[in-house]
Ligand binder design. Structure first.
Ligand code: PLP
Length: 371
């Protein structure tokens, strides 16, 4: 016989998932009701409205995909890329590489714009790729690269997509809720995020929005969307609203209670206040780390406040430090990925985990462990 699983209580200061607030956890424990129950549908309408505010969009095709951020990414590419389509993909970390794989799996041609890990996407290189290639269908990039902690200039990248008449596909998994994301203001055509970073929810849901041009592109496809579950034409029968909701899949009812509660909390605080809180605590963490002689990978002007990537000091066994933090302090910080493995730590300050107590706790635990 196995016993009940009781997870340890951790402080989650890695690249995600981040700490989930007790309010969100208790929302998840409320009674499951039917996914077509009128009360559930009322809550779905509220989720949609609150996501529209968060993405800053009026788009009717705004909804949470019932699966993690990777499914939100796939939902964008599977609906918008057809065989033979050219997509300019910017890569400056792990997640741009996944965009390339998506484009190629759906029969598209990925035209890669590469930048060093830790640097933002270079606008001149992107403009050159768009100017040198005819009939580019979309420009795809990661707003907040979780593997490095760098913020790219989403507004200018979307302006380039508009200048060259192509769609923009934006990964906002780590940016949404932590820094400004302005879908309609910047002219983003398709965007996806995740619940487990700055929205302080458990993982497993991916908010997605398609603007008018992206909706037209899906409607005018020459070939059917090669995924039944992610086909926007089908799922909008359930998420489309307008009083009509038809069965598409059984929604993860309790996870959506969690998303609803986290969005209520975010809107109670105010989005601008949440971004300021992320910046404030990032500044405090940075001051403490620099005082300990720990340096940042990313230049100050394009650093993400919610994801702090710092070099492991010379002669320190980075994995041993993370293990000691976990065992002795129940504190999780992240390791480096890919080319940065073994060289950096990634310290998250995301969502409700971004608070003064966590900053002080992380600094003192790290200092004690390194001394
Ligand atoms: N994109 C970015 C920038 C991410 O950081 C992540 C996850 O960390 C993903 C996509 C994939 O999200 P998930 O792990 O929820 O599938």
């Amino acid at each position: 016989m196995k016993a009940t699983f009781n997870p340890p209580v951790r402080t989650l200061m890695g690249p995600g998932p981040s700490d989930v607030s007790p309010r969100v956890l208790s929302a998840m424990a409320r009674p499951t009701i039917g996914h077509l129950d009128p009360e559930f549908i009322r809550m779905m309408d509220e989720i949609k409205e609150m996501l529209q505010l968060l993405f800053k969009t009026k788009s009717p095709l705004t909804m949470p995909v019932s699966a993690p951020g990777s499914a939100g990414m796939e939902a964008c590419f599977v609906n918008l890329v057809e065989p033979g389509d050219k997509v300019v993909v910017c890569q400056n970390g792990v997640f741009g590489g996944r965009m390339k794989e998506n484009v190629e799996r759906f029969g598209g041609e990925a035209i890669m714009v590469q930048d060093d890990w830790g640097k933002p996407v270079d606008l001149d290189k992107v403009e050159k790729a768009l100017a040198d290639n005819d009939n580019v269908k979309a420009l795809a990039f990661v707003h907040a690269e979780t593997s490095t902690g760098v913020r790219s200039d989403a507004e200018s990248l979307c302006a380039l997509a508009q200048k060259y008449g192509c769609l923009s596909i934006v990964d906002a998994v780590t940016s949404l809720g932590g820094i400004d994301v302005d879908m309609d203001g910047w002219g983003i055509d398709a965007i996806y995020s995740g619940t487990q970073k700055c929205l302080s929810c458990p993982p497993g849901i991916s908010p997605v929005a398609f603007g008018e041009k992206a909706i037209d592109a899906v409607k005018n496809r020459k070939t059917p969307v090669p995924s039944w579950f992610l086909d926007k034409n089908l799922v909008m029968g359930y998420w489309g609203g307008g009083g009509k909701r038809a069965y598409h899949h059984t929604a993860p009812v309790n996870s959506l209670y969690a998303l609803h509660e986290s969005l209520v909390m975010l809107h109670e605080e105010g989005m601008e206040n949440a971004w300021q809180r992320h910046q404030l605590h990032h500044d405090a963490l940075r001051a403490g780390l620099e005082a300990m002689g720990v340096n940042f990978l990313v230049d100050e002007e394009c650093r993400l406040p919610q994801l702090n990537t710092v070099f492991v000091p010379e002669g320190v066994d980075e994995a041993e430090v993370r293990t000691r933090l976990l065992n002795e302090y129940s504190l999780e910080i992240g390791a480096g990925l890919g080319a940065l493995a073994g060289k950096v730590w990634r310290i998250g300050l995301m969502g409700s985990a971004c608070n003064r107590r966590n900053v002080m706790f992380c600094l003192s635990a790290l200092e004690n462990t390194l001394s």
